[in-house]
Design a protein around this ligand. Structure first.
Ligand code: HEC
Length: 147
């Protein structure tokens, strides 16, 4: 009887330490992911100079919208504000495509970022064709006007 009580106590202590270790690990990893670098994401000069083959093409923006709804809204949201359903769980937060910062970026810069990806934003180099990425740029550039 006494022995079982003692071993139960040992079990409790063991459980306590296991929980403690688990919680510490959790806290450590969460602070580490918060400390991720959020340096400004800047495209190289050569990428900025690349011209959008669909610039000003309303049809391309329409095609881009379809792609956007499929691939981008989970993070960037239905209106591009960066408030999609998955936005809360990614760090850093998805960019606000309606912002002046994104709207004033050269097309080549947005295209390059989609191609390369960074952090939670994956590279769309393989997933989408060149034309599709330019069409997405066209669509993103229509988002600033509907604030
Ligand atoms: C898993 C979530 C996620 C998805 C899906 C996603 N993005 Fe992003 N996007 C991000 C995050 C996070 C950032 C900010 C990355 C950073 O600053 O390091 C970002 C940034 C960007 C930027 C850069 C904006 C700037 O600051 O210049 C562009 C352009 C962009 N996304 C376009 C797209 C397009 C187009 C799609 C769909 C094909 C897409 N994203 C899908 C999460 C996502």
């Amino acid at each position: 009887m006494k022995k079982t009580q003692a071993s139960n106590k040992m079990k409790n202590v063991g459980l306590f330490f296991a929980t403690f270790l688990f919680m510490s690990a959790l806290i450590l990893t969460s602070t580490q992911s918060k400390a991720q670098p959020t340096k400004p994401w800047v495209a190289p000069p050569a990428a900025l100079a690349v011209k959008n083959p669909f610039a000003g093409d309303a049809n391309a923006a329409k095609e881009g919208k379809k792609l956007y709804v499929t691939y981008c809204t989970p993070c960037h949201g239905n209106t591009g504000k960066g408030d999609g359903i998955a936005a809360a769980s990614v760090n850093p937060k998805p960019a606000d495509h309606t912002s002046d910062k994104v709207q004033s970026e050269p097309d080549g810069s947005l295209y390059w970022k989609m191609t390369e990806g960074r952090g939670p934003m994956i590279s769309y180099k393989q997933l989408l064709k060149d034309d599709q990425r330019w069409q997405l740029v066209c669509y993103i550039k229509t988002l600033g006007k509907k604030k």
